[in-house]
Design a protein around this ligand. Structure first.
Ligand code: OGA
Ligand code: NI
Length: 355
C-alpha cells in the first residue's frame, strides 16, 4: 500500500472517486507500486520477447494514389496490422495542439477532473477513467484516460472539457481526409471500388477519441500501462509523444516490436471491426504499453468505428469470391459491450464474432 493510505479502500477512493487518478498517486512520489496494480506475470510484457532487428512499416503518404504506396498500405495491413504514416497531411500544429490540450486536461485540479467521472458526468459519451475498467480489472493498469465519443459539435460544446475540446474537434476534422484515403485504399483490395454512402457508415460512421496519460511509475516492471489487447475499431489513428513504450505483437509469432516515436508521424492500426469485415485479410494486432519509471507519457488514439447500430460481418464483396465466412454478423454495439465487459486479454474479443 502507498504510505499515505491506511488501507486499499482509501487508496481506491483517492484514485477512482476523487479525481486524482493514477497520476495523483504517482505525484505522491510513492516508492513502491501499490499491490492493487501488480499484474500477474503473464499480463506483463516479457522483454526477452522483444526483437530489435525489425519494425513496423513507415509509409510516406505524399502520393497516396501511387500504386506502390497503395500496395505498401495494404501489405502492411495484411502482414503487420500496424504501420506509421508520415507526410499524412494532418498539420503538425494540429498534432502539437492536441498534445498540449491533453497535458492541459490532466493538469487540472482533481476537483475539476472529478466532474468527468462516469458517475458525475451528465452525458455517457464523456468519461474519465483510471486503469481500464476498474469494476472488472483484477489488477489495475497504470493509466488514466478521458474518453470522448463524438455525437455532434453541439454535444461536444456542451459536455467535452473546454481545455481540450476545440483541439480535439480540430484534430478529428483535419484527420478526415487521411482516414478516407486509407479506407479507400484498403477497400480497393477487397474489391470495393469506392467509399460512398453505402459503405461509409459502417466503415467510419462513428468516432471516439481517448486522451491517455501514463504517469511515472515506481515499479514499471510489475505492472502495465495498457495490457495486451486489440482495438475494436475499424482503424485507429494514434498520436503519441516522444516517450515511447508502445509494443506490437508480430503476426503469428510470440515476438514483439517497439513502435518508435517519429516526430510528426501518426501510427495506424487495423481494429477488430475491419478484420471481421475483411474476413481476416486485414489483421487487428495485439498491442501493449509498458509503464515508465522516468517520464510521463501521453497518447491520443482516434478510433474510427462503425456506427453502434450497424451490423458488422464479412463484406459480401469478399464472400462472393468464394471465401468461407470466418465471422458471423453481430451488432457493433454488442461487440463493443462485450469488449468493455472484461479486462484486456489479447485478442479474445474477436471470438465473440467467430463462426
Ligand atoms: C489504446 C492503446 C496505445 C498507446 O488506447 O487502445 O492501445 O500508445 N494505446 O497509448
Ligand atoms: Ni489499443
Amino acid at each position: 500500500m502507498a504510505p499515505s493510505f491506511t488501507n486499499n479502500k482509501e487508496l481506491k477512493t483517492f484514485v477512482f472517486d476523487d479525481g486524482h487518478g493514477v497520476k495523483g498517486l504517482s505525484e505522491l512520489k510513492i516508492e513502491t507500486l501499490p499491490e492493487l496494480f501488480i499484474q500477474p506475470y503473464e499480463k506483463r510484457l516479457d522483454m526477452s520477447k522483444v526483437v530489435h532487428h525489425e519494425s513496423i512499416p513507415v509509409i510516406d503518404m505524399s502520393n497516396p494514389d501511387d500504386p506502390e504506396v497503395m500496395k505498401h498500405i495494404c501489405d502492411a495491413a495484411e502482414n503487420w496490422g500496424f504501420f506509421q504514416v508520415v507526410n499524412h497531411g494532418v498539420p503538425f500544429k494540429v498534432l502539437d495542439d492536441v498534445k498540449d490540450a491533453t497535458k492541459r486536461f490532466f493538469s487540472l485540479q482533481a476537483d475539476e477532473k472529478k466532474k468527468y467521472l462516469y458517475k458525475n458526468c451528465p452525458t455517457k459519451n464523456v468519461r474519465l477513467v483510471s486503469s481500464f475498467i476498474p469494476e472488472v480489472d483484477k489488477a489495475y493498469e497504470w493509466k488514466d484516460y478521458l474518453s470522448c465519443f463524438y455525437v455532434s459539435d453541439d454535444e461536444a460544446f456542451a459536455y467535452w472539457p473546454s481545455v481540450c475540446r476545440d483541439q480535439l474537434l480540430e484534430y478529428m476534422k483535419e484527420s478526415e481526409p487521411l482516414i478516407k484515403t486509407l479506407l479507400k485504399v484498403l477497400i480497393t483490395r477487397l474489391g470495393i471500388s469506392k467509399l460512398d454512402e453505402t459503405n461509409e457508415p459502417f466503415l467510419m460512421g462513428s468516432r471516439r477519441m481517448n486522451l491517455n496519460y501514463y504517469p511515472i511509475c515506481p515499479n514499471p516492471e510489475l505492472t502495465v500501462g495498457v495490457g495486451s489487447h486489440s482495438d475494436v475499431s475499424t482503424l485507429t489513428i494514434l498520436l503519441q509523444d516522444e516517450t515511447g513504450g508502445l509494443y506490437v505483437r508480430k503476426l503469428n509469432s510470440d515476438n514483439w516490436v517497439h513502435v518508435p516515436p517519429i516526430k510528426g508521424s501518426l501510427t495506424i492500426n487495423i481494429g477488430d471491426a475491419l478484420q471481421i469485415m475483411s474476413n481476416g485479410r486485414y489483421k487487428s494486432i495485439e498491442h501493449h504499453v509498458v509503464a515508465n519509471a522516468h517520464e510521463n507519457r501521453i497518447s491520443v488514439p482516434l478510433f474510427v468505428n462503425p456506427r453502434p447500430s450497424d451490423g458488422i460481418g464479412p463484406l459480401p464483396q469478399v464472400i462472393v469470391r468464394g471465401e468461407t465466412a470466418l465471422y458471423k454478423h453481430v451488432l457493433y454495439s454488442d461487440y463493443v459491450k462485450h469488449f468493455y465487459r472484461k479486462s484486456h486479454n489479447g485478442k479474445d474479443t474477436i471470438e465473440f464474432a467467430r463462426v
